[in-house]
Design a protein around this ligand. Sequence first.
Ligand SMILES: Nc1ncnc2c1ncn2[C@@H]1O[C@H](COP(=O)(O)OP(=O)(O)O)[C@@H](O)[C@H]1O
Ligand SMILES: [Mg+2]
Length: 299
Amino acid sequence: MLNTECLINPELHGIQPFSKGKVRDIYDLGDRLLIVTSDRISAFDSVLPNGIPYKGKVLNQLSLYWFSQLTDVCRNHLITAEINDMPKNIQEYGSILAGRSMLTHKVKMFPIECVVRGYLAGSAWKEYKEAGTVCGISLKPGLKESDKLPDPIFTPSTKAVTGHDENISFEKMTEIVSKSISEKLRDISIQLYTTACQKALSKGIIISDTKFEFGWFDNDIILADEVLTPDSSRFWLSSSYKPGKSQASFDKQFVRDYLESVKWDKKPPAPKLPNDIVQKTAQKYLDAYRMLTGKDLTV
Ligand SMILES: Nc1ncnc2c1ncn2[C@@H]1O[C@H](COP(=O)(O)OP(=O)(O)O)[C@@H](O)[C@H]1O
Ligand SMILES: [Mg+2]
């Protein structure tokens, strides 16, 4: 049996909040941010009442792993993930934060989600089936669901403050962040994806698609937010990959199947997950971490 302890709502008294997302709590330290990844999990756009043990640590440490693997492609926002190198008032919360937090530069975010797709899945498959295009980009006919694309494609979306992000064309993106920044973000995103894909595939994981966010800092483009985690990407097991149908989600399959089986209407609040689903899901996150990094999660 795995540990069942979860951190669902970390409380850091006296530290200025910056944003609270579905999964991460971010604190404002002036010119820096503290990003804390909780064990919260969302499915069908709702945060579930249960946490998943180890999930926050896996997500945080996967981002750290990818930052370290991708420094040659792009600078990133990480300052440190070592509690001892964080400000004194943060260190007080060391036992809560260890393994699940990072101190980063606060950067000026570009208001664009830089999505790269290497395979035909989700909304991209839906659009292709109906129109032969993905986010307006024409693709060759005859592709099946989950097929690998001839080349990865860049399909930006806006960062919606509420509700769903909206896919936009590359032209629209150039109106928002200029042509030269758009071209750079596109090229860096594709290079990050391609590099990560090769590494992941050699470990048995397909990265179907993923989303990067970038900011401007020190006169440079900086990779920010989380990187190549199961929350920002679609991971598939290459050993069970079969185009022509949708692929099981590496991490959330048990959760989604359970929620479908109890016929939840997908309106909040979501039902509580039984313990065996929580345990099996925790194991999936640990498996993803071990497969990708070749190491067991420590801390
Ligand atoms: N280094 C950074 N500097 C400034 N903002 C950042 C940085 N890293 C991430 N962010 C922003 O912090 C916010 C984090 O929100 P997030 O936890 O992803 O919640 P959600 O996406 O569910 O609203 C996002 O708007 C992201 O763009
Ligand atoms: Mg986000």
